[in-house]
Design a protein around this ligand. Structure first.
Ligand SMILES: [Mn+2]
Length: 284
């Protein structure tokens, strides 16, 4: 399959800072070659913009606007985004157009400026994607439309702020919890939620914050939380999603190489990237 890797080397609008170093690190560690070795035609490009000039919030949305255009230009190649932050999702959704969302993340990313205690804008990414906040500036991303709650599945989230728990409980977002997957298996736990998405539409954006993995698999960033999925479980969930919906774009986010002194994340990310690309091609 034709794959366009789009590397967005920013964290909170700052280039090559903290998780912003992840995309370059994954590429240097051979992610592109790993996909080529499996027979895919792969091109990789760095997506850059003068984000720091816009201030944190302005910069984050400038990057999302820029990414949306690159995703659009990549077609018909499959857009695989490597990003420092989860806010890349807004750009991918702008570029692909409306799609259901499978959001795999240790965190909810559902804070709003009102609920957040840290002010970390990236922790608001799913809240923005679902139209809960920053709606004016999100509207500047060409092609982006807020995703209805009922078109979102949040999987593996286990480290939520109190305010986020309230937002999630009052939302129409479906969740898949790690203990349930452990108990029932991937297919039984994810199946009904994916079927519900498929009933609303065939297109899926797959969002993979790598910190959805349990730290015993790999420590992905300084926000890592215990009780996560195994690599096998995430891979199986990706393949199941691809068998039921058409994956139109994907993001691997939030790798901070400094949090991973043993260097375990690149191999895990390459394996998941391969599973995503194969699953995206499975229904073509
Ligand atoms: Mn996230």
């Amino acid at each position: 399959m034709d794959v366009r890797i789009l590397a967005l080397p920013y964290d909170s609008g700052r280039r090559e800072w903290r998780m912003g170093r992840g995309p370059g690190h994954l590429l240097r560690a051979g992610l592109e070659e790993a996909l080529r070795g499996r027979g895919h035609r792969v091109t990789a490009e760095r997506v850059e913009a003068d984000a720091e000039a816009g201030g944190e919030v302005g910069g984050i949305f400038l990057l999302a606007r820029t990414l949306a255009e690159r995703v659009r230009e990549a077609a018909p190649a499959f857009p695989l985004v490597l990003a420092g932050n989860c806010s890349a999702a807004l750009g991918v959704l702008g570029g692909t157009g409306p799609a259901g969302v499978l959001w795999m993340d240790a965190h909810g990313d559902l804070n709003t400026p009102e609920s957040s205690r840290s002010g970390f804008v990236d922790g608001m990414s799913l809240a923005v994607a679902t139209g809960r906040c920053w709606t004016g500036i999100a509207g500047t991303i060409r092609g982006f439309l807020p995703v209805p709650d009922e078109s979102v599945v949040l999987a593996g989230a286990r480290d939520l702020e109190p305010g986020e728990r309230v937002i999630l409980a009052r939302s129409g977002i479906a969740t898949v919890e790690v203990p349930r997957v452990r108990e029932e298996g991937v297919e039984a736990a994810f199946g009904p939620a994916l079927d519900a998405l498929a009933e609303r539409g065939d297109r899926l954006y797959l969002h993979l914050d790598l910190d959805v993995l349990d730290p015993t698999e790999a420590t992905v960033n300084t926000f890592a939380a215990r009780g996560g999925f195994t690599l096998d479980e995430v891979e199986a969930a990706v393949r199941l999603a691809g068998s039921r919906l058409e994956i139109v774009g994907a993001t691997l986010a939030a790798y901070d190489p400094d949090a991973d002194p043993e260097g375990r994340v690149p191999a895990a990310a390459a394996r998941l990237a391969a599973a995503i690309v194969e699953s995206a091609g499975a229904r073509k």
